[in-house]
Ligand binder design. Structure first.
Ligand SMILES: C[S@@+](CC[C@H](N)C(=O)[O-])C[C@H]1O[C@@H](n2cnc3c(N)ncnc32)[C@H](O)[C@@H]1O
Length: 146
């Protein structure tokens, strides 16, 4: 999937260009992530921070969302924490269901929303503590929101 490709380092790129099985055009786009993803941890003073003690970086969550779902998909995160997945889903035009044993999720998620700067995301609606049937009904009527 092109959206999650990572650039080759110079040496690997040279080797890849010699590999007849690979398409040069795709090599220019970067390589597909392998089993090991090298993504830095979230710094204590990062502007992404919303105060959750085990918050993950947007970069890693975005890679999951982009590679495992499509625009319009419903992404479910049962351990939402601060709601990083929800933030990324807004930015990437996915629906999301976020669950956490800690009700502070709602407050952390508000802080995430304040930090959204993407202009590509469509209008969205936040539904809190409603039955799943209500959520699905709203998705089915999203024509009104688009
Ligand atoms: C590592 S944090 C998730 C961080 C999140 N990815 C983020 O970027 O903010 C794990 C979360 O799982 C929640 N959790 C742990 N056990 C749970 C359970 N049985 N049901 C629901 N949530 C649970 C914790 O409250 C915690 O917020």
């Amino acid at each position: 999937m092109d959206s999650v490709r990572v650039p080759y380092d110079e040496e690997s790129k040279k080797a890849a260009l010699k590999d007849k099985r690979l398409i040069p055009e795709n090599i220019e786009k970067g390589k597909n992530p392998t089993n090991v993803w090298e993504i830095g941890r979230l710094n204590g003073n990062s502007i992404e921070r919303v105060g959750h003690p085990t918050q993950k970086t947007i970069e890693i969550i975005r890679r999951f969302v982009q590679s495992l779902s499509y625009e319009g998909s419903i992404v479910l995160d049962f351990f939402a924490g601060s709601g990083t997945t929800g933030r990324v889903c807004i930015e990437e035009n996915r629906h999301s269901i976020q669950v956490d044993a800690d009700a502070s999720l709602v407050n952390y998620f508000e802080k995430h929303r304040e930090k959204i700067t993407f202009t590509t995301s469509k209008p969205y609606e936040i539904i809190v503590n409603e039955p799943i049937e209500y959520f699905l009904k709203r998705i089915n009527s999203q024509v009104v929101l688009d």
